[in-house]
Design a protein around this ligand. Structure first.
Ligand code: HEC
Ligand code: HEC
Length: 325
């Protein structure tokens, strides 16, 4: 049994949001490891379907993956020879095209491009989501084997050795010191709320019955599920009075669990880049995710602009060496 799945469900149950969605059929409960869109029953995938979201590294002004400079030629060569083959074989089937909550981080036949994309997704760290993820997609996505995890760890060790303080792990570990609390507060994360899917408010015209599904009830705050559930990879506890007032801000700085990844990642030379994680999730929940999966939420362009301003400000301070001063 998938431990991560159990954990997530336990956390959801603890937060009181596992309602008997639909008929109480457990398969209708939000299944973090399973039924996101783009995955057909039985784990098949529709690779031609674009998730309609912006992928890291492919936005305006962001570096394009493939041929980016690296601090570790040895690490890059090791990745191509020892790591890429098993990721391409086991993961590219679903993570080349990507989907809702399903990042595109691989190109099966292009190790160099994949190397850059793993960086641009914030996955080039020892506690990478790639290693931690485990079985998902209803069992169609395998966990890496012990020897594969060892290869991944050897690869990251090479990157850290050659990259020094410019290695992704080091850059992101300290990057939270660059965050400005006032700019973070200006984003207004507490204003994000769940919107029940119903005819006319989503392009797929999905309908959810909010009386039988607590997680999709209109105006459900994100904190219900994102206060203390590390496995979701995201923290938004604003409004939850059980935690300190600056809890969300402080947690957001963390690299382990990699909550910071929703905001920033790096290139292979350790240059921080903006990562619009929450906006991508929003677009996916509106345009692609099925009913009763991750609740729909609509993030405004103004909120996205404030989020980007917050991260760009931190990047500017990082480059100027003024973080934490
Ligand atoms: C059969 C399709 C499929 C395969 C194969 C697959 N994945 Fe996934 N992956 C998904 C789907 C669907 C999601 C989104 C739902 C979720 O998070 O479980 C996802 C999400 C992810 C995420 C992002 C969410 C998070 O928890 O951080 C990571 C990282 C990930 N997969 C890693 C992997 C790795 C590593 C492999 C190969 C060992 C792999 N996947 C193979 C379908 C697949
Ligand atoms: C009913 C519980 C629930 C509610 C309410 C909820 N989430 Fe989630 N969220 C999850 C779970 C479970 C995951 C992990 C699996 C997935 O990606 O769907 C997740 C994942 C995420 C992720 C990370 C995706 C990734 O791949 O890294 C983001 C961002 C996110 N949620 C944002 C939000 C926002 C913003 C809100 C409020 C508008 C919200 N969520 C409300 C349960 C919830």
């Amino acid at each position: 049994m998938n431990a991560r799945y159990l954990l997530a469900i336990a956390a959801l149950a603890a937060s009181g949001v596992v309602a008997a969605c639909s008929s109480g059929d457990p398969s209708q409960i939000l299944r973090p490891g399973g039924d996101d869109d783009d995955t057909l029953p039985g784990g098949g995938n529709k690779p031609s379907q674009d998730n309609g979201s912006t992928q890291p590294g492919q936005q305006d002004g962001q570096p394009a993956p493939g041929g980016l400079p690296t601090n570790s030629k040895a690490g890059q060569a090791f990745y191509a020879k020892e790591v890429h083959p098993f990721l391409a074989q086991k993961c590219a089937g679903c993570h080349q095209a990507g989907g809702a909550g399903n990042p595109a981080f691989l190109v099966r036949d292009d190790a160099m491009k994949s190397y850059d994309m793993i960086y641009l997704n914030g996955f080039a760290i020892a506690t990478s989501r790639i290693v931690m993820k485990g079985i998902h997609s209803n069992g169609a996505a395998p966990e890496l084997t012990g020897p594969e995890k060892t290869k991944f760890a050897e690869w990251i060790a090479l990157e850290v050795k050659d990259g020094g303080s410019k290695a992704q792990a080091n850059v992101l570990e300290k990057f939270g010191e660059c965050f400005d609390k006032a700019k973070f507060d200006a984003i207004g994360w507490q204003n994000l709320r769940v919107t029940r899917r119903q005819n006319g408010n989503n392009p797929q015209n999905l309908n959810e019955n909010q009386d039988t599904c607590t997680g999709c009830r209109d105006n459900t705050p994100c904190s219900g599920c994102h206060t203390a559930d590390d496995v979701t990879g995201y923290v938004n506890a604003i409004g939850n009075t059980l935690v300190p007032q600056d809890f969300t801000f402080q947690e957001t700085k963390k690299l382990n669990p990699a909550f910071i990844r929703q905001y920033v990642s790096t290139t292979p030379t350790g240059d921080p880049v903006y990562n619009p994680g929450v906006m991508n999730k929003s677009i996916n929940t509106v345009e692609k995710a099925p009913a009763y999966s991750h609740p729909m939420f609509k993030m405004s362009a103004a909120m996205e602009a404030a989020n980007k301003a917050f991260v760009e400000d931190a990047i500017t301070k990082f480059k100027a060496g003024t973080c934490g001063k």
